[in-house]
Design a protein around this ligand. Structure first.
Ligand code: IMP
Ligand code: MG
Length: 175
């Protein structure tokens, strides 16, 4: 593998697995008498979701949503749309949206606006990485893996041009 873009490791595989165990324990407690649906957002969340799911002791379902970003015809403004829809119904269900990283929060607020009209009982957010510096919309984060700064990172699901998702750690991206 050509590893030219892999910078310093920010969170190691061991640190990640330990943090996921901690988050799973919180979810086990909070959803003890419930059966939530974990909704992973493609593609960045797949490793986080599969590790988290295997640490959960409560019954839960898994589903996925895929979001595409497009340049609008009027010009520079980016548009978001759903490119892969849910398979399961979330009506009256407890939803946990599982995401790779939240920066501006725009992607997440789009997802919540999409899910809310489907009348779930609750929607909570479980995000692997949180960068508050670039936040444009305030949103409540129920479960968060690690805080990071504004530097671009790769690994553990996060890509640079669709590469490096499979690194078992989070590393700085090197130009
Ligand atoms: P937001 O809408 O600004 O919160 O951006 C979140 C989305 O941008 C994530 O779901 C990622 O797909 C992508 N993204 C943001 N930062 C990074 C990064 O450091 N590495 C890889 N992808 C990123
Ligand atoms: Mg990406």
């Amino acid at each position: 593998m050509n590893n030219e873009h892999i910078g310093e490791i920010i969170y190691s595989e061991k640190e990640i697995q330990k943090r996921i165990e901690e988050i799973a324990q919180l979810i086990n407690k909070d959803y003890k008498f419930k059966e939530p649906i974990l909704i992973g957002i493609f593609k960045g969340s797949i490793y986080f979701l599969s590790d988290l799911s295997r640490e959960l002791e409560i019954q839960h379902n898994i589903d996925f949503l895929s979001i595409g970003r497009f340049k609008s015809t009027e010009g520079t403004k980016e548009k978001i749309k759903i490119t892969k829809d849910l398979d399961l119904s979330i009506k009256n269900r407890d939803v946990i949206v599982v995401e790779d990283i939240i920066r501006t929060g725009l992607t997440h607020s789009y997802i919540v606006k999409y899910l809310e009209p489907k009348r779930p009982n609750s929607i909570n957010l479980c995000v692997f990485l949180n960068s508050k510096v670039q936040r444009l919309v305030e949103l409540p984060i129920k479960y968060s893996g690690f805080e990071i700064d504004n530097k671009f990172v790769i690994g553990y699901g996060l890509d640079y041009e669709e590469k490096y998702r499979n690194l078992p750690y989070i590393a700085n991206f090197r130009q």
